[in-house]
Design a protein around this ligand. Sequence first.
Ligand SMILES: [Zn+2]
Length: 95
Amino acid sequence: MIKVYHRCGGCGKKQEFINSGKFRINANGNRVDVWLIYRCKKCKHSWNLTIYERKKPSKINKEEYKLFMENDYELASKYGNDIDFLKRNNAEIKS
Ligand SMILES: [Zn+2]
């Protein structure tokens, strides 16, 4: 798993964040947001990394959506090793 660093709102300084393996889904009308939750290694403050933002449900792969709902570990690991995804979320990366 790639090591991810980010400024922690809890500690007030840069910390290592750990992939929680949990997704958060917010369905609002006909738009869906999906995040992967990371937690500060030190204080457990959460940081949500955006996977989908205001996306039409019909545009989301049904199998993948099911895995988000189930907090699928492998899918969380896949995103946790996806450098483009991490960079889009302004994560600082050390492999
Ligand atoms: Zn912290």
